[in-house]
Write a protein that binds this ligand. Structure first.
Ligand code: DX5
Ligand code: ZN
Length: 214
């Protein structure tokens, strides 16, 4: 079954509790953490994760767009993240592995993220050790960008590798996902879809979440 992860980056931050409750029919709540270094934007961090934890029953899918995520992975777990994903481009292989280990040591799920320019092969060293692989379908940093359909061969290649080596791992896509591009992602092999604008700009949010599932 396809899972939907609304991104609160597109929510109204002055009404965050209301906007989180509006997506309660989804499967995850996607939280984009940006540090102004790994990506050219600053969004939200630990205090917000802590504050929203009691406001929803959905698992928190925390996407760390920060340099050297090993510095903060454990703290995001303690703040209430259920799943923490780190960019493979954000540090050395050893430190990315250390970040994943810290998340697992806290009993949480861990994943890796690949930017558009990063090939599927970059996931290979971590394939058996992750619960999620996230393929960016826009350059990370901002919501509301155009979906990159040319990422679909990467999604299909990773779906094949996951099937062979770690079938329990989920395969997520993030960026420009709407009811039309969702179909393309599902056909390519994705099973978790992040959507910010497509969810929060919809007139009927529960209906839009259902549409995205296909
Ligand atoms: C971009 C973020 C995305 C973003 C998606 O860096 O990782 O999660 O919120 O927004 P939309 O769905 O509007 O492209
Ligand atoms: Zn994201």
């Amino acid at each position: 079954m396809i899972k939907i992860a609304p991104s609160i980056l597109a929510a109204d931050f002055a009404n965050l509790e209301r906007d989180i409750q509006r997506v309660s029919s989804a499967d995850y709540l996607h939280v984009d953490v940006m540090d102004g270094m790994f990506v050219p934007n600053i969004s939200i961090g630990l205090p917000v994760v802590k504050a929203i934890r009691p406001a929803t029953a959905l698992p928190l899918d925390v996407h760390l767009m920060i340099v050297q995520p090993v510095r903060y992975a454990a703290e995001f777990c303690d703040a209430g993240a259920d799943l923490v994903t780190v960019h493979v481009e954000a540090d050395t292989r050893e430190n990315i592995r250390a970040a994943l280990d810290q998340v697992h040591e806290r009993g949480k799920r861990a994943g890796i993220v690949l930017k558009p320019g990063t090939p599927a092969e970059a996931a290979l060293p971590f394939l058996e050790d992750v619960d999620m692989i996230l393929v960016m379908t826009v350059e990370p940093g901002f919501g509301g960008q155009k979906f990159m359909a040319d990422m679909m061969p990467k999604v299909t290649a990773l779906r094949r590798l996951i099937g062979q080596r770690n079938p329990a791992c989920e395969l997520e896509v993030d960026g420009g996902v709407d009811p039309e591009t969702a179909k393309i992602c599902i056909a390519a092999g994705a099973d978790v879809l992040v959507a910010g604008s497509a969810v929060y700009h919809a007139a009927d949010i529960p209906k839009r979440i259902a549409e995205l599932r296909g």
